[in-house]
Write a protein that binds this ligand. Structure first.
Ligand code: SAH
Length: 353
């Protein structure tokens, strides 16, 4: 059976070549062709004949297919991808100063069942493989180069699409290795962020195994009762334990933690919520990202007025924690945080802006 080329690190390919007595230059040439030159058709130049035979027999170069592309006026682009088995996932390109952040999915659906999240309502269908994660990036990059050649650079990667990335650790870790590798996609250190609902077993591995990747923790409430209601895995992995773990990252490492705080009208946006959050995070090497709730069809919560969000921020400012209100981009096409749901993915197709 063939495996995807995009599933393998350079070291793995080198081993496969060595085991078969093939010329050792092959894996480097393949990486250069597919990741540096961004070619998607198989590399049949420069490889020795035996290597070409091996590649044709054992590797495929399939990538997810774009089923729908939606562009919003703010230049956000949402892709609905179709995978080999017909499953669908979404990824979003978010513009920022002429460059892009790409928001990737790590699973088809999600098992976390957060009550405010459109993806959570869909349940988990399956994990994505490494090549399906890398594939979202490569296909989106190709689309950008074809449609917006004047500003086609993807600078940051965030795992904030569908799924809980730490719940699909091995595939996400290998994808990050290929993203970061200078032989792969050469994404700079600390330009990848994994957002987690607080899945502790994954956080424990992240701390040891992914030193060049940042974490964003979905905090959403410092109060157990409210957080339990929003993020059910809080009952199994309570916030105190998760924060204790995050705090235990050795000093001096360049990693930082972003705490994401979803603001829901009349639920977790009171002065008391803000003060308790400030006290919880005071003195930590942390950033807070305030995310006003993004509604979706049938969602049980409302978004607060901007003035309330700003007031919440002003309280956090008293605790001297750098806090940003996350601009809501792409909500016109349901591409904002928590709005992704590939089962109800909408059809409208607008021409690229
Ligand atoms: N499973 C990961 C990543 C998924 S989503 C996690 O839980 O962190 C990335 C961010 O979007 C998370 O902070 C998530 O809580 C937030 N989010 C989910 N649904 C949202 C919604 N409807 N409005 C605003 N933010 C939402």
């Amino acid at each position: 059976m063939k495996t995807s080329f995009y599933q393998h690190s350079l070291a793995e390919l080198e081993l496969l070549f060595r085991e078969r007595g093939l010329p050792p230059s092959g894996p480097g040439l393949l990486f250069n062709w597919h990741y540096k030159k961004r070619k998607s058709e198989p590399c049949l130049q420069n490889l020795a004949k035996d290597s070409i035979n091996f590649v044709s027999e054992f590797l495929n170069f399939n990538l997810p297919e774009i089923e729908v592309t939606q562009c919003s006026d703010d230049k956000t682009v949402k892709f609905l991808f179709r995978l080999e088995d017909g499953q669908k996932i979404e990824s979003v390109l978010i513009p920022f100063n002429g460059k892009y952040t790409i928001c990737l999915s790590s699973q088809v659906g999600c098992a976390m069942k957060c009550s405010f999240c459109h993806t959570g309502l869909q349940g988990l269908s399956r994990n994505l493989r490494t090549d399906e994660i890398i594939g979202q990036f490569l296909v989106a990059q190709k689309w950008l180069t074809a449609n917006r050649p004047e500003d086609d650079k993807i600078l940051n990667i965030v795992f904030m699409g569908q799924g809980e990335p730490l719940h699909n650790f091995d595939a996400v870790k290998m994808a990050c290795e290929i993203f970061l590798s200078q032989h792969g996609l050469s994404i700079a250190d600390q330009k990848i962020t994994i957002s987690t609902a607080g899945y502790l077993p994954g956080l424990e591995r992240w701390k040891e195994e992914m030193p060049k990747v940042n974490i964003a923790l979905s905090l959403h409430s410092p109060l157990k009762e409210k957080r339990d209601q929003l993020i059910p895995i809080n009952k199994k992995y309570p916030l105190e334990e998760v924060i204790k773990y995050v705090d235990s990252i050795p000093e001096g490492k360049n990693r930082f933690v972003t705490y994401e705080y979803l603001l829901i009208d009349n639920f977790n946006d009171t002065d008391e919520d803000a003060h308790l959050t400030g006290k919880l995070l005071e003195g930590k090497k942390a950033y807070i990202s305030l995310i006003p709730f993004n509604p979706f069809p049938g969602s049980p919560y409302q978004r607060p007025q901007l003035s309330k969000v700003e007031h919440f921020k002003s309280i956090l400012d008293q605790y001297k924690i750098p806090t940003l209100i996350r601009a809501t981009k792409g909500d016109q096409i349901l591409a904002a945080c928590g709005q992704l749901n590939s089962k109800t993915a909408s059809k409208p197709l607008q021409s690229p802006s």
